[in-house]
Write a protein that binds this ligand. Structure first.
Ligand code: ADP
Ligand code: SF4
Length: 669
């Protein structure tokens, strides 16, 4: 289908200083959990973006000097000439598809504790460094400032040598340059105090970097449009004055906000185009092109922002991860095929855990080099085997789509009236509506695959599976939450677990409203405990959330939403009992104990929701193993995230009748 001509504007070239972006699709710098440790993986990942139509593809944060290392988070580096080769590899692959390559030069200042280099962190003043690390920065002298400028210029020269078209001066988030910009910088020399003084270092860096490489490379400045504050009270006065001061010095303004949890906010808390209100004034104070992000997956939103003069370039990190071919799909009038980001931030957990990126929607991201997986291409089938998939949750659906694309004859049997499994159920919980995109994209694909047949309301048993006579059967029946309370804290059932007042998330997802007051016991620590407490509170119940952790939903620190969840939970009037475990369920109360002192107390509760661990629903698998060719995937294999299930289904489909390396199943750098 030809594209809607209204979208032609998105494919116009944009001049950025000495270079020209071939279109308005701009992959802003984003971390991948690869950095300098995994250059081949990184180059292949960025290449796929360029191939998919992103006119500009940037690196992740790239340290300019050992006085800024972010270990254990894997940043890229341009510390010396030996770093050039790794970047050149990426640039070459990005250029091969006609895209521009950008590099985000970075110095973390007080944000880096320098665990690896053991250099003293640097800052405008001596302040605590890292993340609660027992270390402070060294207050920079004038000579340190001269060194910093020299390192930046040298890194920029190396970047040019690697072939980059765009070089960043990174003055956003909580990194060094922003530490100079903030009002808290009260140095008494010419680099602190007044607004002009605080902006001086940034100004000098832009000028000197431009002098060094500006004839061939565009100079981009990443800048926060607000000082911070609550979401609806962003203070933009000073940032505005600073942009006015520097207005046309850089070739491009890459505008964001200070708060990561808003900039890359999950869909639970931040809508598409969430930054618009905070940054829409920027184009009014500079003639230079402006790029900004907003988890854009809708071509209509992109068009509106360009037409209304909010941005010149559509910035994207997550939408380009979930669908590296998003621009090409719009270009070819296939917008309905865009695999839309769901805003879950599983992609960010790679960086946060020092491991390669993963994505709930796109199981191939991060696997381009080490497994040779491509988001749009999959090898043809290796046999004429007829496949039966049992269970239509994220694992079963992804397996059906990918096997179908390989050309296999696929039958999917699902017990419920609706496909999607846990995604369908969980997306009905507060704030998780966008998660249904995991199901909807796959349903849309299945509709286009005549070789995939779906049977709903078809819970199958052992005899029916045998009778069906498929050549291969894959069990994707998911898992059930345990009622016993067995989890991380309790290895054996909690006394009283078998009382009728004890429920599980599966009961709540099935629509059961428990009697209040209710205790939600969260020993799972990801989102589900917090979101169930929220749902029950919204239903009008008195809710106490008890968790052995010292904060609610603690794993969501990795998805950059923990403090938002905790603020919401407390703000809603949910009682939070942290550092506490449930030790017994009584008639109308639970006995809880401090995990630190073991001191026991009673909490009034007419019902308890156990959010502790899950039991794989694998009875069919075990009953049939050894009798027929059978595998299991997703939560049925090992309960995990939705991303894990999608990956598991995809992997099954890829590896069927394929040569899989014996031993380590992927290439290593
Ligand atoms: P996963 O994340 O691994 O895909 P889910 O729990 O989301 O797991 O999905 C499992 C799906 O399997 C659910 O939709 C469930 O209704 C379905 N299912 C479970 N048992 C059977 C069965 N015996 N026959 C058909 N479908 C089943
Ligand atoms: Fe979007 Fe989630 Fe994928 Fe990240 S992991 S790109 S937030 S769908």
């Amino acid at each position: 289908m030809p594209r809607d001509p209204r979208f032609d504007v998105l494919f116009e070239p944009v001049r950025i200083g000495p270079v020209t972006a071939p279109n308005r699709f701009y992959q802003v710098p984003h971390c991948t959990g690869m950095g300098y440790r995994r250059p081949r993986s990184l180059a292949a990942l960025r290449e796929v973006k360029a191939e998919g139509g992103w006119g500009t593809v940037c690196t992740e944060y790239t340290s300019i000097h050992p006085s800024s290392d972010d270990e254990p988070y894997p940043s890229a580096s341009l510390w010396d000439d030996r770093d050039i080769e790794a970047h050149a590899l990426m640039v070459e692959k990005v250029h091969a598809h006609g895209a521009l390559a950008g590099v985000e030069l970075w110095h973390g200042g007080a944000a880096s504790a320098n665990h690896y280099s053991r250099e003293a962190p640097l800052g405008p003043a001596s302040v605590p460094a890292g993340v609660n690390d027992p270390v402070q920065t060294r207050a920079m002298t004038r000579s340190d400032i001269r060194d910093l400028k020299r390192w930046h210029v040298e890194a920029a020269r190396r970047a040019r040598q690697a072939g980059f078209d765009i070089v960043y001066v990174y003055a956003a988030h909580w990194y060094l340059l922003r530490q100079f910009l903030l009002p808290s910088n009260q140095r008494t020399d010419e680099y602190g105090g007044s607004l002009e003084n605080r902006a001086r270092l940034l100004k000098e860096l832009i000028i000197e970097t431009k002098e060094a490489v500006g004839d061939t490379c565009a100079i981009a400045v990443r800048f926060s449009a607000s000082i911070g504050g609550p979401d609806d009270d962003q203070d933009t006065a000073e940032p505005r004055e600073m942009i006015e001061l520097l207005a046309d010095l850089p070739d491009l303004w890459d505008i964001t906000v200070h708060d990561y949890s808003y900039e890359l906010g999950t869909s639970r808390f931040v809508p598409e185009a969430g930054l618009e209100a905070t940054m829409s004034w920027v184009k009014g104070v500079t003639d230079k092109p402006v790029v900004s992000v907003g988890r854009f997956t809708s071509p209509e939103t992109m068009l509106r922002l360009v037409r209304q003069g909010v941005v010149d370039l559509i910035g994207a990190a997550r939408p380009s991860i979930a669908d590296p071919f998003l621009p090409l799909k719009i270009a070819e009038g296939r917008d309905d095929e865009i695999r839309e980001c769901i805003g879950c931030n599983i992609c960010y957990t790679g960086d946060q855990t020092g491991t390669p990126i993963r994505c709930t929607q796109n199981p191939t991201i991060g696997e381009e080099w080490r497994k040779g997986w491509h988001p749009e291409r999959i090898p043809a089938k290796g046999s004429d085997a007829r496949i039966l998939i049992v269970g239509g949750g994220p694992a079963g659906l992804e397996a059906a789509v990918s096997l179908g694309k390989r050309g296999y004859d696929v039958t999917l049997a699902e017990a419920r009236r609706q496909l999607g499994g846990r995604v369908t159920l969980e997306s009905a919980l507060p704030g998780l509506g966008a998660w249904s995109r995991v199901r909807d994209w796959r349903l849309n694909q299945i509709e286009k695959l005549p070789n995939v047949t779906v049977y709903l309301e078809s819970g199958v048993d052992v005899d029916q599976i045998l009778e069906f006579g498929a050549d291969r059967v894959v069990i994707a029946t998911g898992s059930l939450w345990r009622r016993t309370g067995i989890g991380r804290w309790h290895e054996t059932p909690i006394e009283g677990w078998d009382r009728p007042s004890v429920l599980t998330p599966d009961d709540i997802l099935a629509g059961v409203i428990p009697a209040g007051p209710v205790v939600v016991y969260d020993d799972d620590h990801y989102y589900i405990g917090g979101v169930i407490a929220e749902a029950l509170r919204r239903a009008g119940l008195d809710v106490t959330l008890v968790t052995p952790a010292n904060e609610v939903s603690t794993w969501t620190r990795h998805t950059e939403e923990q403090h938002r969840i905790q603020a919401m939970i407390l703000g809603m009037g949910i009682t939070l009992e942290t550092g506490t475990s449930v030790v017994r369920v009584d008639e109308s109360s639970v006995t809880v104990a401090s995990v630190h002192t073991e001191r026991e107390r009673h909490v009034e509760a007419r019902s308890v929701v156990m959010v502790t661990s899950r039991e794989p629903r694998d009875a069919l698998f075990h009953a049939l193993a050894g009798r027929i060719a059978i595998d299991r995937i997703g939560d049925c294999l090992a309960p995990g995230t939705i991303a894990t299930s999608v990956y598991s289904g995809h992997r099954y489909a890829r590896e069927l009748d394929a040569e899989v390396p014996a031993g380590v199943p992927f290439l290593r750098e």
